[in-house]
Design a protein around this ligand. Structure first.
Ligand code: B16
Ligand code: MG
Length: 220
């Protein structure tokens, strides 16, 4: 029986992928190469350090650990310039009514994000207090597609994975949810067809529509 909905943050509640892309691209350009928006798609849900290693690989660039640390720090400073200007107007359409409906249905709400900036973003958009549990990148030792982020979320709510539905925009995020035994709903994005259900966004969506789209055992 489903008792909680766990939301990824970047790409599900807000579109911060565009700010990650601008900041990573600025870093790559400073190092002497460029990468595409299609390549950026592969960074969704991936931790900062893993993203940096992928980008440097694409550019054929080798750096020492100390240099990598400096590049990741610089990228994060550029990224934070954008997120510190965010406000509630950046909450994706349909999310707020959906959260209200989930609460009214008596289900718990949690966030499971790879981002170390997740709490800052939730504060900026005024949603920090809406979630019973927030698991962010600071609490993780393993990046999606490892299920750790969602496992910690379920544990903190005292629930089993099969009692939670994860909402994810990233292929690796859906992989993580499935690997942990969670129900997975893909939101927008590419390559999400392995999720139990896929929706384009939250516009006009009700929690019951989600629950009815899951395998029968999810609501028994
Ligand atoms: P940070 P999510 C992920 O957040 C992003 O999708 C991914 O692009 C980013 O590299 C990662 O957070 C780490 O972010 O540098 O802020 O710690 O989608 O899991 O909410
Ligand atoms: Mg995401």
């Amino acid at each position: 029986m489903i008792k909680a909905f766990i939301f990824d943050l970047d790409g599900v509640i807000v579109d911060t992928a565009k700010y990650h892309f601008i900041a990573w691209r600025r870093m790559a350009n400073a190092v002497g190469f460029d990468f595409s928006e299609a390549e950026n798609e592969q960074l969704k849900g991936v931790s900062r350090v893993d993203s940096l290693n992928l980008i440097l690989d694409w550019g054929g660039v080798e750096k020492t650990e100390a240099e990598k640390q400096a590049l990741a720090t610089q990228k994060n400073e550029w990224y934070r310039e954008y997120i510190l200007k965010m406000d509630a107007s950046e909450i994706l359409e349909g999310v707020l009514p959906f959260l209200d409906a989930v609460e009214q249905r008596g289900l718990k709400l949690a966030v499971g994000s790879s981002s170390k900036n997740a709490t800052t973003i939730l504060e900026q958009i005024g949603l920090k207090d809406r979630f019973e549990v927030i698991i962010d990148g600071n609490k993780l030792t393993r990046s999606k597609p490892d299920p750790q982020v969602f496992q910690l979320g379920a544990e903190a709510m005292g629930l089993q994975p099969a009692e939670c539905v994860v909402f994810e925009d990233a292929e690796k995020g859906v992989d993580a949810a499935l690997a942990g035994g969670f129900y997975a709903v893909g939101v927008g994005g590419d390559n999400l067809s392995h999720a139990h259900h896929v929706v384009p966004n939250f516009k006009g969506l009700s929690p019951d529509t989600i629950l009815q789209a899951l395998p029968a055992q999810a609501i028994q």
